[in-house]
Design a protein around this ligand. Structure first.
Ligand code: GDP
Ligand code: MG
Length: 364
């Protein structure tokens, strides 16, 4: 029926076209991609398919006018080879740079946190380190990183995952800052790292290149203030701005089910401001924002651009990388959520393997 009306022909014509291919179909039957292509061709149409993921990421891009834009904090992802100190660096920064919450501080891992530098500027760190999370998000169309810090252990070497991390950042067009870590160790040899980096075309500033780098220790904290200042410098060059005065739009970083409270999703707000009571749609889930929390578990009333916030109120758990967006009406959000749910369901039916009677017989 849908295909017929898209092509401006009668349903019967489509049904008999199917019949001539040996398929007996009903009016509401959903056809597979191949069948649709063949039939459309018969009627002189060419078919273009788009994936459910594309549909999931469709958020109308509203161009903000220049005068509505205000500076926002940079969003940073830390990448690098295993054991080179990504988690340690994130932990050190979190422990030393997060301003005290009124809740008095059991830190929650919500997927991201905000810190303040010595100069009082803010930086948002995504705390799922590693290039897998980064590429997975990118693959889903999410652009939730402004700067990548690539960690290299000074007592080790530039390793395969170091190169991979650099490569991923370059492909995504995201600026890189090198953190040469573990310089507290007696066996540390930062010069060797700089040399190896030069060997893969990453020439650091000290050596006349364009890449900022800093010698740091996630253990003693050496160099970390300087590293953060370099992030800010990079951010300044990027001239990061957003419009806080519109309904919020952003990216889901993670989601989970809390037995007591319900579904909790961390949203990184990237434009607009999210408020309690807003109707939020993320992937195929929606709901009114009942409560918002920061990474210290403290309650929030609103969250603007570059602020990560844990949201209570969605009717399910969206996926990391899903776009989250506030809608005017409950009904609109619900309709879109239902349609996406249907697309996802159909997609999973299509990819499920058909089991033959013979196979069932063999299983018994
Ligand atoms: P990841 O795999 O990149 O997340 O690395 P981790 O943060 O888990 O660190 C791997 C190991 O290196 C751990 O045993 C850390 O304690 C240690 N480590 C990380 N950073 C430093 C550092 O700056 N100095 C020293 N001495 N050890 C470090
Ligand atoms: Mg780790």
């Amino acid at each position: 029926n849908d295909l017929a009306s898209l092509m401006n022909v009668s349903v019967n014509q489509v049904i008999s076209a199917c019949m001539s291919m040996g398929m007996f179909v009903s009016i509401n039957q959903r056809l597979d991609a191949e069948t649709i292509t063949i039939i459309a061709d018969e009627f002189g149409y060419e078919v273009e398919f788009y994936k459910a993921e594309d549909e999931m990421q469709q958020a109308e891009i509203v161009e903000d006018s220049e005068e509505d834009l205000v500076p926002r904090a940079p969003i940073v992802t830390i990448m690098g080879h295993v054991d080179h100190g990504k988690t340690s660096l994130l932990d050190y920064i979190r422990k030393t740079r997060v301003t005290e919450g009124e809740a008095g501080g059991i830190t929650q891992h919500i997927g991201a946190y905000e810190v303040e530098t010595d100069t009082g500027k803010k930086i948002t760190f995504l705390d799922t380190p590693g290039h897998e999370a980064f590429t997975a998000m990118r693959a889903r169309g999410a652009k939730a990183t402004d700067v990548v810090i690539v960690v290299v252990a000074a007592d080790d070497s530039v390793m395969p995952q170091t190169k991979e991390a650099i490569n991923h950042a370059q492909v995504a067009g995201v600026p890189i800052i090198i953190a040469i870590n573990k310089v507290d160790k007696p066996t540390a040899n930062p010069d060797r790292i700089r040399e190896q980096l030069a060997g893969i075309n990453i020439l650091v500033e000290e050596w006349g290149g364009k890449y900022q780098s800093e010698e740091v220790s996630a253990k003693s904290g050496q160099g970390i203030s300087e590293l953060l200042e370099k992030v800010l410098l990079e951010a300044e060059l990027l001239d990061l701005k957003a419009n806080p005065d519109k309904p919020a739009v952003g990216t889901i970083l993670e989601a989970s089910l809390d037995k007591g409270r319900g579904y909790l999703a961390t949203m990184l707000v990237q434009g607009g401001t999210l408020r309690i009571g807003d109707v939020l749609l993320a992937g195929s889930h929606y709901g009114r924002v009942k409560a918002m929390y920061d990474h210290r578990g403290g309650r929030m009333k609103e969250a603007g651009p570059s602020v990560p916030v844990q949201v209570l109120g969605l009717d399910g758990a969206p996926q990391a990388g899903d776009i989250a967006k506030v809608y005017e009406s409950d009904r609109e959000a619900r309709d879109i959520a239902t349609r996406r749910e249907q697309i996802l369901r159909e997609q999973s039916v299509r990819t499920r393997k058909h089991i033959t009677l013979d196979e069932i017989g063999r299983r018994l």
